[in-house]
Design a protein around this ligand. Structure first.
Ligand SMILES: *[C@@H]1O[C@H](CO)[C@@H](O)[C@H](O)[C@H]1NC(C)=O
Length: 909
C-alpha cells in the first residue's frame, strides 16, 4: 500500500498554478536546453527534474489540429487541418495533409504548410518518385483517418492481417501532432518489445534498443556509442512475426527519434513531416521499395571491390612505394593504395607537397600503379584554405561559391590547413567550380578516385572562427520566412540553440558544435540550419559528376557523411573507429545498417583507426574485413603500423588466406552489386543489399532478430567471425537449412535452427555456404584485374532436395554505360537420384574473346560418388571427376566451357 502511494506521488507533480501534471510515460518538451523552473512554469508547463528528460514538458496536447476539410481523391485523401488551441503562437495555424496511395506497397503521407514555404529537401538532391497517374488496385495497406471536425490522426494497417503499423493517435500519451516553426512532433504506438532497425548513423547494436533516443544530426565525433555521427538516415525497418515494413521520414533537419517500450516518436526541429511507408513484406523487399524512392546504389568499378591500404602518416612517396612492394613480396592482394592528407602541400586541397610528394615523381608512381593494374585514391576535404593567391580560393571568391555567414561574408571555419571557407553546393556555379579544381588536380596526379572526408561539415571551431572572412555582397539573399520565431516571450530565432535541443553530441549540445553556425547562408538564402545534414550528399553528387566527366570511367567516391540517396554516388566507411574488440564488433552493425540505407559499398577501417592495433586483433579484423563489401585497412598517424605484413608471419599468412578467399569471391560480390544497383524499372531483382543481417534471409526465425555478430553475404554465405580477445571458439547460430564449410566443403552434421560452438583458432574464420545456393567464383590473384582473367568456378551447394540456384553478372567492370553485359543464371535440380545443372545466358558480354571459360564445378552435398557425368549429353572423362567421400563433394575440372554457351550437366548418384 505504501509502495503504491509512493509510486503515485512520484509521477504526480504540481505546478505553481496548482495544476497536477502526470510525469509518467511520454513527454513533449516545452522548454529549451537549460530552462529553469520559473520560466518553465511561466509557459504553463510541467516541471519535474526528478526523472527523465525533458524536465519541462507539456501536460496536454498543446496544439490541437482538427480536420477542417477532408476530400477523397482518386489517389487517396487531401485534408486541411486547423489549429483550434492557440496556447503557443509559434505553432502553424493551418496545415495541409496529402495521403497518396503510390503503389501497392508504398504509401505517402505528407503534412506540410499550405503555402509550401517551409524547408523541403530538394528533389534534385535526394529524389522521390512522382505520384502515379492512377491509384493502385490491391494495396497491401489500408489507411484510417480522423473525420471532419475531429482531432487529426492517421493510421496505417497491413491489409492481410489488420495489423496496425503506424497510428499517430496512439496511446501512452503521445501527442497526435505538434507543428511549430522549430518543433514538430508525431509518433506511433508499437507492439511491446518492438523489433526495429535503422535510424542511423550510430555506433550501436543492430536491433535498436527501447528507452533510447537516436539523434540524427551530422557530426564528426570519434565513434562514441549511441551518439549522433557523420550521417543522417531517418529510415527504420520494423519486423513483426516475420512481416516487415519500413518508414522513411523525408526530412533533413535535426531530430530525435525515441524508441520506447510501446511507442516511437519523432521530435524534429524544422522542415515538414513527409512520410513514406513501405509494406514489404520481406525485409529485403522493404529495402528495395525504399531504394526505389531514394535512388538505387551505384554499380562500383570492379577494382573498388579489391583490397585497399591506407593510413594517415605515410611520410612520402617512398613509403607508398614500400607498401605496394611489401604487399607484392608477401603475395598479399592489393588493388589500391591511398593517401590521407600527407600528400598535400600544407594540407591544402588540390596541391601536392613539393618536398615529400613532388609532382613528377608522384605522377610516375601513379602511372606505374596503373601499369601494374593498381589504383591510387587520395583524400580531399571540403575546407578550402582562406588564403589569397591560392587558386582554389581565388576561383571560389570570383565565382562567389562559398558558404556565407550571417553578415554576408564568407563563413570562415578551421580545418587542417588552418582557416578555411567551404564550397556551397547549392550555388548553381559550384559544380563547375568543383569540376575545375578536380580537373586541374587530375592533370597533376591522375588519381582513380576521391575520398571526401570531413564533410559533416567538420570544423575545429564551434561555429565561425573569430577573425571572420571577406565581405561578399550579393542581392539574392532572402531568409526563409519560416524562421521568424513568434514565441510570446519573443526569444527570436535562435539558430544554434533552438527551443528544443536535440541530443547532439549526447549532451544536448548546441547545433554549431564542431561545425558551422546554423545561420550560415547557402545560395538563395538557404539556412545551414535546414541543410546541414545534406552537405556530404551534395559534395558526393558534385564530386562524382566531375570525376565522371573527366575520366569517362565509372567514378569512385568514398564519403564519410551521407543522407538518403548518397549510395547513388558514393561508397561509405564508418569513420574514425578504434583498434578495439568493441569496434570490431560494432563494424558489423555499421555495415549492415548502411546496406539498409542504400550504401552497400561499405565497411570499417580494418584493424582500427585510433590507437595501436596488435597481431591478434588485426588478424581477426583482416578475417572479418575481408568480407566487408568495402575492404580497407586504415590507420591513424603515430599508431603502430598495421599493414597485414607488419606484425608477424602468422598474421601475414592469415591475411593472405582470407584475401585470397575475397578475391576468389569477387564474381559473387559483383553480381550482388549488380542486383542492388538495378534500376527501378527492372523487375525480379532478387535483392537490394550485398551483405545482410540473418533475419533478412530468415524473417520467420525470431532467433535471428538480435544477431549482429554474424552476417550473410548475399543469400549464400554465412560469416561468423571471432570478435573476442583470446577466443579460439565462436558460438554461431545456424538457421534451418543445410550448411557447408566454405573452406573444407564439409557439410555440418546437423541441419540448423540452433546455436553451435565452432572451433576458430586464430588462423580460422568460420564461413559457411548455404545449401540451395550456387556461388560463382574465380581464382585469387594479387589484383582484381588479374583475378578477372582467371577461369571461372561454380560452387554448387545442394539443399536437402538436391536443388540450388545462382547467377553471375559480367561486364567490363569500368564503363559508365553498362549496356554490354551478361547475366548467367545457374539452376540445379534433382529427380530420382539424377541431378541436372543448367545455365542460361542473357546479354552479349560473355561472347567476348577474352572472357575466361568455366573450368571447375564443385558440387557439395553428394552422398555417393556419381556413377556418370554428362555435359550436353557427352560423357565426361573419368579423369575430370574427383569425388571426395570425406566431404561428400565432387569436383569437375578442366571443363573449358565457354561462358557464353548454355549447358546441361547431368549426374546420377
Ligand atoms: C489507433 O489508435 C487509437 C487509440 O489507441 C485506436 O482507438 C484506433 O482504433 C487505432 N486505429 C487503428 C487503425 O489502428
Amino acid at each position: 500500500m505504501q509502495l503504491l502511494l509512493l509510486a503515485i506521488l512520484f509521477v504526480l507533480v504540481s505546478t505553481s498554478e496548482g495544476k497536477t501534471c502526470n510525469g509518467n510515460g511520454y513527454r513533449t518538451d516545452c522548454g529549451h536546453y537549460g530552462i529553469q523552473q520559473y520560466d518553465c512554469e511561466q509557459l504553463d508547463c510541467c516541471w519535474s527534474p526528478k526523472d527523465h528528460i525533458p524536465w519541462c514538458f507539456h501536460q496536454n496536447p498543446d496544439t490541437v489540429y482538427r480536420v477542417k476539410t477532408l476530400i477523397k481523391t482518386g489517389l487517396g485523401y487531401e485534408l486541411t487541418l486547423e489549429m483550434t488551441d492557440t496556447q503557443i503562437p509559434s505553432a502553424l495555424p493551418l496545415l495541409d495533409v496529402s495521403i497518396t496511395f503510390e503503389t501497392e506497397d508504398r504509401l505517402h503521407v505528407k503534412i506540410s504548410d499550405p503555402e509550401n514555404k517551409r524547408w523541403q529537401v530538394p528533389k534534385e538532391v535526394s529524389p522521390y518518385p512522382d505520384p502515379p497517374s492512377e491509384a493502385p488496385t490491391n494495396t497491401q495497406y489500408e489507411v484510417t483517418i480522423a473525420d471532419e471536425g475531429e482531432e487529426f490522426w492517421f493510421a496505417v494497417e497491413r491489409t492481410v492481417n489488420g495489423e496496425s503499423l503506424f497510428n499517430s493517435s496512439a496511446s501512452s500519451g503521445v501527442e497526435f501532432l505538434t507543428y511549430h516553426d522549430q518543433y514538430l512532433e508525431i509518433g506511433t504506438d508499437l507492439p511491446s518489445n518492438p523489433t526495429i532497425y535503422g535510424l542511423g548513423e550510430h555506433v550501436s547494436s543492430l536491433r535498436l534498443r527501447t528507452g533510447q533516443t537516436y539523434t540524427l544530426w551530422n557530426f564528426d565525433a570519434p565513434n562514441p556509442v549511441d551518439v549522433n555521427l557523420y550521417s543522417s538516415h531517418p529510415f527504420y525497418l520494423d519486423l513483426r512475426d516475420g512481416l516487415a515494413h519500413g518508414v522513411y521520414l523525408r526530412n533533413s533537419n535535426g531530430m530525435d527519434v525515441t524508441l520506447n517500450e510501446q511507442s516511437l516518436s519523432y521530435k524534429v526541429i524544422g522542415g515538414i513531416l513527409d512520410f513514406y511507408f513501405f509494406l514489404g513484406p520481406e525485409p529485403e523487399t522493404v529495402i528495395q521499395q525504399y531504394h526505389d524512392v531514394i535512388g538505387r546504389p551505384h554499380l562500383p568499378p570492379y577494382w573498388a571491390l579489391g583490397f585497399h591500404q591506407s593510413r594517415y602518416g605515410y611520410p612520402n612517396i617512398q613509403a607508398l612505394k614500400d607498401v605496394v612492394a611489401d604487399y607484392h613480396e608477401h603475395k598479399l592482394p592489393l588493388d589500391t593504395i591511398w593517401s590521407d592528407i600527407d600528400y598535400m602541400d600544407e594540407y591544402k586541397d588540390f596541391t601536392v607537397d613539393p618536398t615529400n610528394y613532388p609532382e613528377g615523381e608522384l605522377k610516375a608512381f601513379v602511372d606505374q600503379l596503373h601499369t601494374d593494374g593498381q589504383q591510387y585514391v587520395v583524400v580531399i576535404d571540403p575546407g578550402i584554405k582562406n588564403e589569397e593567391s591560392y587558386k582554389p580560393y581565388d576561383d571560389g571568391v570570383k565565382a562567389g561559391v562559398f558558404i556565407k555567414d550571417k553578415d554576408d561574408k564568407f563563413f570562415v571555419g578551421k580545418v587542417w590547413p588552418g582557416h578555411t571557407v567551404f564550397p556551397d553546393f547549392f550555388h548553381p556555379d559550384a559544380d563547375q567550380y568543383w569540376h575545375d579544381q578536380i580537373a586541374s588536380f587530375l592533370d597533376i596526379v591522375p588519381v582513380d578516385g576521391l575520398w571526401i572526408n570531413m564533410n559533416e561539415i567538420s570544423n575545429f571551431c564551434d561555429g565561425e572562427c573569430s577573425g571572420g572572412g571577406k565581405k561578399f555582397n550579393t542581392t539574392d539573399d532572402k531568409r526563409i520566412e519560416e524562421f521568424v520565431y513568434k514565441d510570446e516571450k519573443d526569444v527570436g530565432f535562435n539558430p544554434n540553440s533552438p527551443p528544443f535541443a536535440i541530443n547532439n553530441k549526447g549532451s544536448r549540445a548546441p547545433l554549431n558544435v564542431k561545425t558551422l553556425d546554423m545561420d550560415a547562408l547557402h545560395y538563395d538564402g538557404v539556412l545551414e540550419y535546414n541543410v546541414h545534414n545534406l552537405y556530404g550528399l551534395m559534395e558526393s553528387i558534385s564530386t562524382k559528376l566531375a570525376l565522371g566527366k573527366l575520366s569517362n570511367k565509372r567514378p569512385f567516391v568514398l564519403t564519410r557523411s551521407s543522407f538518403p540517396g548518397s549510395g547513388k554516388y558514393a561508397a561509405k566507411w564508418t569513420g574514425n573507429n578504434h583498434a578495439t574488440y568493441d569496434d570490431l564488433y560494432y563494424s558489423i552493425s555499421g555495415m549492415l545498417s548502411l546496406q539498409m540505407f542504400g550504401l552497400p559499398l561499405s565497411g570499417s577501417d580494418i584493424c582500427g583507426y585510433f590507437g595501436d592495433s596488435n597481431a591478434e586483433l588485426c588478424a581477426r579484423w583482416m578475417q572479418l574485413g575481408a568480407f566487408y563489401p568495402f575492404s580497407r585497412n586504415h590507420n591513424n598517424k603515430g599508431a603502430t603500423s598495421q599493414e597485414p605484413y607488419a606484425f608477424d608471419e602468422q598474421v601475414t599468412d592469415i591475411s593472405r588466406h582470407v584475401l585470397n578467399a575475397r578475391y576468389s569471391l569477387l564474381p559473387y560480390y559483383y553480381t550482388l552489386f549488380h542486383y542492388a544497383s538495378r534500376p527501378i524499372s527492372s523487375t525480379n531483382s532478387p535483392a537490394a543489399t550485398v551483405t545482410r543481417p540473418l533475419f533478412f534471409e530468415f524473417p520467420d526465425d525470431p532467433n535471428t532478430y538480435d544477431i549482429d555478430r554474424q552476417f550473410m553475404v548475399g543469400n549464400g554465405l554465412l560469416i561468423s567471425p571471432v570478435l573476442t580477445e583470446g577466443a579460439v571458439t565462436v558460438s554461431a547460430y545456424f538457421p534451418e537449412g543445410r550448411w557447408y564449410d566454405f573452406f573444407t566443403n564439409k557439410r555440418e552434421t546437423k541441419f540448423g535452427g540452433e546455436m553451435r560452438t565452432l572451433q576458430a583458432p586464430l588462423e580460422k574464420i568460420p564461413v559457411h555456404v548455404r545449401g540451395g545456393v550456387i556461388i560463382p567464383m574465380q581464382q585469387p590473384s594479387l589484383t582484381t584485374s588479374e583475378a578477372r582473367k582467371t577461369p571461372y568456378q561454380l560452387l554448387v551447394a545442394l539443399d536437402p532436395c538436391g536443388v540450388a540456384q545462382g547467377s553471375l553478372y559480367l561486364d567490363d567492370g569500368i564503363s559508365v554505360d553498362v549496356s554490354s553485359y551478361s547475366l548467367i543464371t545457374y539452376d540445379a535440380s534433382s529427380n530420382e537420384g539424377q541431378t541436372s545443372l543448367t545455365s542460361k545466358v542473357e546479354g552479349t558480354y560473355a561472347d567476348g574473346p577474352d572472357i575466361p571459360p568455366l573450368d571447375t564445378i564443385v558440387v557439395l552435398g553428394v552422398a555417393t560418388e556419381p556413377s556418370s557425368v554428362t555435359i550436353n549429353e557427352k560423357d565426361v572423362d573419368a579423369s575430370q571427376i574427383q569425388y571426395d567421400s570425406d566431404s561428400s563433394s565432387f569436383t569437375l575440372s578442366k571443363l573449358q566451357l565457354p561462358m557464353k554457351d548454355k549447358f546441361t550437366i547431368i549426374w546420377s548418384e
